[in-house]
Design a protein around this ligand. Structure first.
Ligand SMILES: [Zn+2]
Length: 323
């Protein structure tokens, strides 16, 4: 059963908004675009796994994508968590291309691509850390012990995989074999299942304790507010800013007219600048002068909650949107 669906993470959404609004003069656009490509590649890798996960028996497995938990001192992130009555599997999906050599002696992955070699950290070390973090999280929350296994799924079918002195190379698998690997574990542990209500509780509490990463994206890239283009973006040609004329947003570049193009702009504001928006901040960001218009626009934007009165009125965006 899918408990937490796969969708672009908050970081991807922030990077998308940032790549469309950061000024060239900041000098950060190439880095932001390259980071966005990396995150998107990971996301696409996870997406390609969806088809295979659909073969898991619904009544035996709980599937959670992109979970971020706090262990008391640190946050830890799990790409894919699969909870069954007999074991838990943590799956790290890697969407890498070229020829990869998993080097157990030096704990690195060497990628050979277009005649060039590049070294990456060994994903198995990260996976082992995630396993121990989730194990202690379960213990801290009073759950009985359950075996936890990890797999690294290489999602690109054209990648050539080799290993050297790598003890755990049987845990590096292709998407097609994930389900059969899980079924093998199920058969192995089937004599000691946990009651279904415990498994359900674990998956529910994991979901409830998930905390999205609200680190400021501007801070991460050393950007200032003035590095961001304000305004409403044209949904047709991406021109920024659209003009507010009578009851519409109008693009002076392609003449497109929109009634609700400010929805995306308000969302970008929340992704990039702050957790709350006031009438004045709305006017500054949407580049409008009229107080009453800003009120109407904020009230028409979906998923916003209003609090306070008169001058102290602020709007927040539903956390559900950012899960
Ligand atoms: Zn346009």
């Amino acid at each position: 059963m899918k408990v937490k669906e796969l969708k672009p993470s908050l970081t991807i959404q922030k990077l998308q908004a940032l790549s469309e609004r950061v000024k060239e003069s900041s000098g950060k656009l190439p880095l932001i675009q390259s980071d966005l490509r990396k995150f998107m590649s990971g996301y696409n890798g996870e997406k390609s796994l969806e088809y295979y996960l659909s073969f898991l028996p619904n009544d035996q497995y709980y599937v959670l994508h992109d979970v971020r938990l706090f262990n008391g001192t640190h946050f830890f992130q799990l790409d894919l968590l699969i909870i069954s009555p007999c074991f838990v599997a943590i799956v790290e999906v890697k969407n890498m291309s070229g020829h990869l050599t998993f080097d157990g002696k030096f704990n690195q992955v060497v990628q050979t691509k277009n005649g060039e070699q590049k070294a990456f950290p060994d994903p198995m070390l990260q996976l082992q850390k995630q396993i121990s973090q989730y194990r202690s999280w379960l213990k801290k929350n009073g759950y009985p012990e359950i075996p936890i296994h990890g797999f690294i799924v290489m999602s690109n079918p054209y990648t050539i995989l080799t290993s050297e002195n790598y003890e755990d190379d049987n845990l590096i698998i292709r998407p097609q074999t994930l389900v059969s690997n899980l079924q093998t574990l199920m058969n192995y542990y089937e004599t000691h299942p946990l009651p279904h209500r415990i498994i359900k509780k674990i998956s529910k509490q994991t979901l409830k304790n998930h905390i999205s990463d609200h680190t400021s994206i501007l801070l991460r890239y050393g950007l200032k507010r003035s590095d961001i283009h304000p305004g409403v973006k044209c949904p047709q040609c991406s021109f920024l800013p659209m003009d507010r004329i009578y009851k519409f947003w109008r693009c002076i570049n392609c003449d497109f007219k929109s009634k609700d193009a400010h929805f995306t702009a308000v969302r970008d504001y929340f992704l990039l600048l702050s957790d709350t928006i006031t009438n004045q901040q709305c006017r500054e960001f949407l580049l409008i002068d009229c107080l009453a218009l800003a009120n109407r626009l904020l009230q028409s934007t979906p998923h916003l909650t209003k609090s306070g009165h008169y001058k102290s009125t602020v709007y927040t965006i539903s956390e559900q949107i950012n899960l």
